[in-house]
Design a protein around this ligand. Structure first.
Ligand SMILES: [Zn+2]
Ligand SMILES: [Zn+2]
Length: 172
């Protein structure tokens, strides 16, 4: 969905978005929006700056960084940022300066593409190392067995001597 900045009335604009998850491409290989992306946004315009606030939610499908198993997380975010025309930042350094600022976004040619914006917001919700569960045991680095399902027979190369002694005792 695209919004022409010039069409935003003085009193502001409230937008309710309900985008089918299937239409969200370009999220990356291991990231999928699973349920429709719902968003309520309020846009206010002062000059060429658009003040955006609101919230969004969806379910995101991820792959566990330890065991590779697909899992889902509920993603919900409050949004609050200023959108300024890219053309108003003539100098490269200035643009980079603002790009570091998470509260500022750019729009091009007088148009705010809300879908691109939401796609970015979804990606911001994705953890660096997604885990299917906090105590996921992952895969054995030697045989590849999923240790959440069953332990494997591989012996760690440097076990704690006290622990292996204990194991011997338990084995008898
Ligand atoms: Zn896992
Ligand atoms: Zn193993």
């Amino acid at each position: 969905m695209e919004i022409k900045v010039i069409d935003i009335p003085v009193e502001g604009l409230n937008v309710e978005l309900f985008e089918e998850a299937a239409t969200f491409d370009g999220l990356g290989e291991d990231v999928k929006a699973l349920s429709p992306v719902k968003a309520f946004l309020s846009l206010k315009k002062v000059g060429t700056t658009v003040y955006l606030s609101g919230n969004m939610e969806t379910e995101i499908g991820l792959a566990c960084s330890r065991c590779g198993k697909p899992f889902e997380v509920h993603a919900e975010a409050g949004l609050k940022l200023d959108m300024v025309p890219l053309e108003s930042m003539p100098r490269e350094e200035e643009r980079e300066l603002h790009a570091d600022d998470l509260d500022v976004e750019f729009y091009k040619n007088g148009i705010i593409n809300l879908k691109d914006f939401l796609r970015e917001q979804i990606l911001l919700q994705v953890p660096m190392k997604p885990l299917c569960s906090e105590d996921c045991r992952g895969l054995c680095q030697y045989c590849g067995q999923d240790l959440n399902i069953a332990p494997c027979a591989c012996v760690p190369p440097s076990g704690h001597p006290g622990l292996s002694g204990l194991k011997d005792l338990l084995g008898k």
